[in-house]
Design a protein around this ligand. Sequence first.
Ligand SMILES: O=C1O[C@H](COP(=O)(O)O)[C@@H](O)[C@H](O)[C@H]1O
Length: 461
Amino acid sequence: MATPPPRTTVLILGAGGDLTHRLLLPGLASLLVAEPSRDVRVVGADRTELTQAQWQDRVSDAFATVDPTATLLSAVVKDTAYLTTDVLDPDGLGELVASCGDGPLVIFFALPPHISMKVCELLRDIHLPEVTRLALEKPFGTDRASAAAFNTLLHQVVDEDQVFRIDHFLGQAAVLNLIGLRFANRLLQPVWSSEHIERVEIVYDEDLTLEGRAGYYDHAGALRDMIQSHLLQVLALFALESIATLDARELRDQKTQVLRATTVWGGSPERSSRRARYTSGALGRRTIPDYVHEEGVDPARGTETLAEVTLAVENNRWAGVPFLLRSGKSLGIPRKDVVVHFRDVAHLPAGFTGAGSHTDRLVLDLKTGAVSLTLTMNAEGDPFDLEQKALTATLAPADLLPYGEVLAHILDGDQLLTVRGDAAEECWRIVEPVLRAWAEGTVPMETYAAGSAGPDGWLPG
Ligand SMILES: O=C1O[C@H](COP(=O)(O)O)[C@@H](O)[C@H](O)[C@H]1O
């Protein structure tokens, strides 16, 4: 009889934070419900004083969002431990790690990047179990130089194959569907290039506001929060060269190649980027104040809440195709999709009426996973009058939440759904000219009312 794999301890640093409660623990719950044979112990650590019972209540509460009866995961809740720890205190951190034992250990850094870096400095002098994996939340660094320094530091602690840089979009079924959709369909594979595709939009417009996250968001802004990380990952998956297997090394090699070829369109952040900030308005029944009057916001920081950048992927497949990436908060029409605009046919027989535009479009909804192909065809009643119609296929709901999917891979030591160190640095390199131009004020800050579709003249929501 095969011996079961040893129990893995997931040590969460920053366990008291919003990310742990809202995303990480529910993600883990979805994994443990779907795969009950996984043997995982959760240890939480944070500076906040919590009793064991209070922590268990928090875990149970987060698990209940996935398993409302709370019966399936009661053993995990019973077994979990919390240690009030200042993770920047070398002795405290050492004791914390030692308390996890010598079995496989995943250290999940649910911490801001500068704290994660300090913890890693301390980890250099702490004995770690043979199987140790470091899972690092985004943002990975705050610019290219700090990401590079972080990579160097991490490699003094563990090898790169033990580092898992999290991007939860890589655990989303709708995002991963990009790979299957493209490579499994004879119809799509040959047209996936500049020869047939005119332009691509990757948009993540949210009707969320700050939701109590000003402490983080006001330092980040829309470009760093969404485009530098998630949307560039989507772009990399979209624009991949062909892969022979779903092997982590191969997929990540190809993604990194795409990122290396990516630059700001025309080399001009002034012409190829826009930024805006919301002013007061209404989102549904909620009255939203000016961004600069939101609690925790420092108006002097000049943070944008909507960012748009057009990028070029300068390789043989994509030269000449603009990729527009955009994301923002407090928008009235949430739009989260990838839209592929195909080129027009070379010639439409004269005599047809209707369909001013007859370019085909493929839309991938990044939230629901629905895929819809808009084709031009005969309108009802008149066989020589054309109109556009969409064929839509829905995606079955995934068993795992995005964090659950990513965690499953981390627990298996598979880096497929996490970001390689050099790719993380490339993502900063791509956005840096834009960040610089914005800091220098060469791109104006526009405004839009919360609940609107964005500033006038921008891409429609
Ligand atoms: O990481 C982040 O992602 C969310 C959007 O992802 P979703 O899966 O929750 O829709 C975004 O709202 C947040 O600002 C950002 O930090």
